[in-house]
Structure formats: structure tokens, C-alpha cells
Design a protein around this ligand. Structure first.
Ligand SMILES: [Zn+2]
Length: 134
């Protein structure tokens, strides 16, 4: 079966602040966050199981995202609900990637956008680099 890359996008609204930032993100404010979850792997064999022909079922990505990520982010103050040192898009993406991979090892990257013109992405390679430096 071929290898494939798939992605699913989610949105949620949340407040945050970056206390040491030089810019306006220092103050309490909100974003409609867009999150792109990317999964990659071999498509599963066509053998009568529910995920045959898929890398991972989009419905399962949605279920895990809602339970492990959205529940702690949507209409929340991220500085208080997400266990990251700072609620930058980069650190949020790293945390989300770890949460999703705990149940879906096919997830290889998470991209977080605070605005339509900017995003931060953390990949599996980035996580490995972080682990080596720790
Ligand atoms: Zn912000």
C-alpha cells in the first residue's frame, strides 16, 4: 500500500498573553486559532477493517483532538490551561503534537496559526531535536 500524507484543520477561540513580549501580545487578547494536524504513513491494507486504505481515519483525529487539545483550549485562557512555559504558537504546536502522538503515532506535524498571515509548525524531527537537547 502507498505511503500518504493527510491533514485535518481545526479552529478554536482562546485568550492568551506573552508577558515578556515587546509587541501587543504582551497584553491579554484573543485569537481564532487555526490548527493543521498532519499525519503520514503507509495506508493500511484493504482487509475489511474500519481503517482499510487509510493512514488514519479523519474521524479518529477529530475525536482525539477534541478530547486532548480542544477541551483545554477552546474559550480558555491558554496561560492557565495549557502546560507550556509561554503560549507562543511554537510552544503550543509542540505541546499539541505530543498530545496527539500519545494516541496517534501517525501524526508527524502540527501547524498553529494565530492570524491568517502567520503560522508556526513543529514536526516530529523538531520534537526529536528537543529531546536530544534536554
Ligand atoms: Zn497573541
Amino acid at each position: 500500500m502507498p505511503t500518504a500524507t493527510i491533514a485535518k484543520e481545526f479552529t478554536f477561540d482562546a485568550a492568551h498573553s506573552l508577558p515578556n513580549s515587546d509587541g501587543p501580545c504582551k497584553r491579554l487578547h484573543g485569537h481564532t486559532y487555526h490548527v493543521m494536524v498532519v499525519a503520514r504513513g503507509r495506508t493500511q491494507p484493504v482487509d475489511g477493517r474500519a481503517e482499510e486504505g487509510m493512514v488514519v481515519d479523519f474521524t479518529r483525529i477529530k475525536e482525539v483532538f477534541k478530547r486532548r487539545v480542544e477541551a483545554r483550549c477552546d474559550h480558555q485562557y491558554l496561560n492557565e490551561t495549557v502546560p507550556v512555559e509561554r503560549t507562543t504558537a511554537e510552544l503550543l504546536a509542540a505541546w499539541m503534537l505530543g498530545e496527539l502522538r500519545a494516541e496517534l503515532p501517525q501524526v508527524v506535524a502540527v501547524r498553529v496559526s494565530e492570524t491568517p498571515s502567520s503560522w508556526a509548525e513543529v514536526t516530529l524531527d523538531d520534537l526529536r531535536t528537543m529531546a536530544e537537547e534536554a
